[in-house]
Design a protein around this ligand. Sequence first.
Ligand SMILES: Nc1ncnc2c1ncn2[C@@H]1O[C@H](COP(=O)(O)OP(=O)(O)OP(=O)(O)O)[C@@H](O)[C@H]1O
Ligand SMILES: [Mg+2]
Length: 380
Amino acid sequence: MDRIAHSGTNALRILLVEDSKAEAVYIERTLMQATPYAYRIKRVADIASAKDALEAADFDVVLLDLGLPDVVGFSGLQALQDLAPKVPIVILTSRDDRETELSAMENGAQDYMLKDKASVSALNRSMLHAIQRKQIENMKSEFISLVSHELRTPITAIHGALGLIAGDMETDLPQQVSHLVNIANKNSERLIRLINDILDIDKIDAAQMYYEMKPEPLMLILQQAAETNAVYAARLGVKVWLEPSPEVTVNVDSKRLAQVMANLLSNAAKYSPSGSTVTISVQSQPSGRVRVNVSDQGPGIREDFRAHIFQKFSQADDALTRTKQGAGLGLYICKRIIEHMRGSIGFDSAAGHGATFWFELPEPETRTVRETNVIKARAI
Ligand SMILES: Nc1ncnc2c1ncn2[C@@H]1O[C@H](COP(=O)(O)OP(=O)(O)OP(=O)(O)O)[C@@H](O)[C@H]1O
Ligand SMILES: [Mg+2]
């Protein structure tokens, strides 16, 4: 149902996603009172139709009701952002609580508005504010992406050269020089990881991350992840243990799943006391989903940090008190990857008793339980 509230060359194109007819009519009528602003409003009643509308036409802003029939929580917001990452979204809700407001913003909305406060001027201000905010966000992420791309080539060359010197030529170097080359080499590696994470986030946020989903043997992926990441853990005096379990097939992008494991394992090792073990275990859930746990014996996750742990750039310690390396991007990337693979991610932690980060993947298509396929227990 297309309505032109006020026609004009600069009419603001609004997609109103609202299932309650009465509330939609109220918003439309409110907007129609506006002068000199002009609005072109298209109303739809669910996320599926909102997606169709966004695919079919351009919009300047989306007004999104939170309680739609075909979505739970913020998944509708996520779906629209994935489809049209450059279009700002204002959440409309009748729930006046700070937590929902914060969650809406954390989940990528540009603004949040209570329906009963939706006067014409408040709506107009909110939409213009959202558009401006999104424009700045888009410019910022384009700039970051450009800089990261430009940095990646030279830093990769520097890292390659340092790697050669630190490896093949190490014995020819005076001890002090070799020590310095090693430090430079490790730091160039950190820089590459950071640049790759920033570029990944950029791709995820622009919905341009490419996934090659196919049936893959989970235990084999976990075994390879344990072996690869054991080197980093060993430097910190930490062992990695993969609990034996029957092989199971999951529908995933194996490289992206390895990326998730690399971050969960590096976090677990980073926060583990020296001499302890990080354990990977697999459980079949009653729902048919498969859960992978990565457990450590570190300090666990502080109560006040729990709600923020999966956000971009979020770290429990601030820059001045931080003793561990990292940029706070890993868990955000993990969450987006796992959710893209139709899974979920979370953690259990009692402060002081370690942390278990887990993810669950959808029910596998086939299940092989032959005894010969049991991956051998190993401490790496
Ligand atoms: N196993 C863990 N035990 C204790 N704290 C953890 C654990 N895993 C994550 N955290 C906390 O969560 C924060 C975010 O983790 P995340 O992996 O996103 O970032 P990072 O490891 O700091 O940096 P990056 O992964 O980008 O290199 C960490 O900085 C840390 O404060
Ligand atoms: Mg990390």
